[in-house]
Design a protein around this ligand. Structure first.
Ligand code: IVH
Length: 680
């Protein structure tokens, strides 16, 4: 199609004419780009046209027409990833892990409803993909956005349009005036495997797992890259909607969405009560392997919308729905070799290098054996067939070895005498499971880990300072200790791989921002052995200033809650070490600062006053730090391990041994929803 006649820019062109021309021109480029895959102008020129139209319309609102490209499909890269405010919040889900917890969920829900009758649920697979919100106006797709923080997501219309099951136009007679369709984008497993086979043949990088692949594809700048991943989409709910044909519940909604041309998961079912939910779980779990998409559990949603309103929602999840997660997946594979990794405190962790195996949604080729003692206990040797477990984002581990399948009699792996990184002597005190490198900060591995710990979240929180950069800084001798980070120059950073002016500037900004911190974070960032976040916060609260802490003897240190003999000695040793004091002085000289606080009174006021809580597993939509801060803010204490003195164990997803211990000790176990209730 020829370009529309362009009004001569030299003649005094009316604003109306200019706006009309811009609208037509932008639409033409949209078609060339999206439908014919044959763009005529570079993105920058397109962006300039778009910007000009938007500015013209902002200055003269009477020029805005309902079909202006600024009012509807903003899907060129210029718009990509722009923040999008959701009409209704995109919430997360609470999890249950067994029948008992599900029954408790159902009972609690019953208490919130006026009706006595047994509850009807819509049961659906929980797809392990990426949440997406599609905004349709009069049936046309006008915007697609990721979940983001639930209120504001990212505009990914340009990549969502490449998904065959995301229709551009809804069909049928009763299409709503405006609707946010909520659902899950995923990469079918067959497509994932085919992609990786091809990538291997062509020497390209393989995808790690289908969920990352889907998330990465949506966030591609170039829609063609996204299209290569052959993504799929299942609709499973609605956000804000205007003029929707009367639907009373989830099953009717799913039917209506299917009639509009959206794809819904064919495995959904209507079930009654907790027993119906559990039977559904068993059915799906038994067929889990047969689906062409990754599932991490099932979701139960109260069927009737009027009852959902009665149940309401907490700040992050509805009270009318819950997910029941599958247990961690296990697979068999063989050990190619056993190698050692050196951690921040010099601990040598044996790592099994494996024949790659797809487990828990990812291809795993390394699994931890935790420490040398564990390696001996599990009797894992090179060549063995082993059971590997992986759940969520937890590090994969070797669960056990199958010695019956062992061929011959391979030797028990020996503990190396010298550190694989710095050749310093390795020691393993008698009766201790952990072996350590004695190199301290001359060992590059310990240096790297110490710097990464220093920069991590909850510590100094230097955004963008990850493993790759730290590795380069250490290898080039630019950072021997944390204080060196504050002396880095833009020129030095620019020379590192994958760094350019912009990224160097961002990193320098993040380093600068980190200077203003709290005593608790600073203490944690120093990496004193056995001083985790909780202990660091207790020390900061108790002593109020670094000077007071430094001058405390071991006896005074042991007055701090949770600090016993060992930790007191570690802290005192740390502050006796001249090199540590020098690094701290250097950090302060660079401007690292925190407000000194009054040593806190023993128990503050608040709904959790005097209560001790332990956190375990992954909390949804809330980091551990946030949970901890809120608990402490409410007067409670958070400790690392469960004891008889614990009042509550807060169990998130994949809670492990702490949960077992709490059960044994009769400690009350609560979920995130109950925690939020307690906090309010
Ligand atoms: S409903 C208000 N249904 O799981 C309820 N979510 O852990 C919102 N998910 O963010 C979710 N399959 O991305 C729902 N059948 C399903 C789902 C599902 C996967 C995801 C969704 C959500 C996350 C919560």
């Amino acid at each position: 199609m020829p370009p529309p006649d362009r009004p001569a820019r030299t003649s005094p062109e009316s604003k109306e004419e200019r706006a009309r021309w811009l609208r037509a021109e932008i639409r033409r480029h949209n078609r060339l780009y999206h439908e014919q895959d044959d763009p005529e102008i570079p993105d920058s020129e397109y962006d300039a046209l778009y910007r000009e139209l938007r500015e013209l319309e902002e200055a003269h609102p009477d020029l805005v027409t309902s079909d202006s490209p600024t009012q509807s499909v903003g899907s060129r890269p210029g718009e990509a990833f722009a923040p999008v405010e959701h009409g209704a919040r995109m919430l997360s889900l609470e999890n249950v892990f067994d029948a008992e917890e599900l029954e408790e969920f159902d009972r609690r829900l019953a208490g919130l409803l006026d009706e006595e009758a047994e509850r009807q649920y819509s049961a659906e697979p929980k797809l392990d993909g990426v949440a997406l919100s599609l905004l349709y106006e009069r049936g046309r797709l006008v915007r697609a956005a990721t979940r983001g923080d639930g209120r504001v997501g990212e505009n990914v219309t340009h990549t969502a349009r490449t998904i065959a099951s995301v229709p551009d136009q809804l069909t049928g007679g009763d299409v709503p005036e405006r609707i946010e369709v909520r659902g899950e984008v995923f990469m079918p497993l067959s497509g994932f495997e085919a992609y990786n086979r091809k990538a291997e043949q062509e020497g390209e990088k393989a995808l790690v797992n289908p969920r990352n692949a889907a998330a990465g594809a949506l966030r591609q700048k170039d829609p063609k890259e996204a299209a290569r991943k052959s993504l799929d989409f299942f609709a499973h709910g609605v956000g804000r909607a205007v003029d929707v044909p009367a639907v009373a519940g989830q099953s009717e909604l799913l039917e209506a969405m299917a009639s509009w041309g959206l794809k819904v998961c064919p495995e959904s079912a209507s079930v009654t009560g907790a027993s119906g939910c559990l039977a559904y779980y068993e059915r799906i779990a038994a067929r889990r392997e047969s689906f062409d998409y990754a599932l991490d559990g099932v979701v139960y949603k109260l069927e009737r919308f009027d009852l959902r309103d009665q149940a309401g929602a907490s700040s992050h999840a509805p009270r009318w729905a819950v997910a029941q997660k599958f247990p961690a997946e296990e697979r068999l594979t063989t050990v190619r070799a056993i190698e050692y990794q050196v951690g921040r405190t010099g601990a040598l962790t044996p790592v099994a290098r494996l024949e790659p195996v797809f487990v828990g949604g990812a291809t795993v080729s390394n699994a931890t054996l935790h420490n040398y003692g564990e390696l001996l206990r599990k009797d894992v040797r090179a060549g063995d067939t082993v059971v590997v477990r992986r759940a969520g984002d937890v590090i994969p581990e070797v669960v056990r070895s199958l010695p019956d399948r062992r061929q011959g009699d391979p030797p028990v792996p020996a503990l190396p005498d010298n550190c694989p990184e710095c050749s310093s002597e390795v020691v393993r005190p008698e009766d201790e499971a952990v072996a350590r490198c004695t190199g301290g900060l001359i060992c590059p591995a310990q240096r790297r880990q110490a710097l990464m710990h220093f920069a991590s979240r909850g510590a100094m929180d230097i955004e963008g300072l990850g493993e790759v950069l730290v590795g380069q800084l250490v290898d080039r001798g630019l950072a021997k200790n944390p204080a060196d980070l504050y002396a880095l120059s833009r020129e030095q950073l620019n020379e590192l791989e994958r760094m350019a002016d912009k990224s160097s500037e961002n990193l320098l900004g993040a380093i600068e921002d980190s200077k203003s911190t709290t005593l608790a974070r600073f203490l944690f960032s120093l990496g004193i052995r056995d001083v985790g976040r909780v202990t660091a916060a207790s020390l900061a609260r108790h002593f109020g200033s670094l000077e007071a802490l430094r001058n405390a003897d071991e006896e005074a240190l042991q007055e701090v809650p949770d600090v016993g003999e060992v930790v007191a000695q570690r802290v005192s040793d740390f502050f006796r070490h001249g090199e540590n004091l020098r690094v701290i002085a250097e950090l302060r000289r660079h401007g690292v600062e925190w407000p000194d606080t009054e040593a806190a009174p023993a128990a503050s006021a608040g709904p959790l006053r005097g209560k001790t809580l332990v956190l375990t597993g992954t909390l949804e939509g809330m980091t551990r730090d946030e949970a901890r801060e809120r608990i402490v803010g409410a007067g409670g204490r958070v400790t690392a391990s469960v004891s008889k003195k614990t009042n509550y164990l807060v169990a998130g997803a994949n809670a492990g041994s702490k949960r077992d211990k709490a059960e044994k000790l009769g400690v009350e176990i609560i979920g995130q929803a109950q925690l939020l209730d307690l906090l309010s």
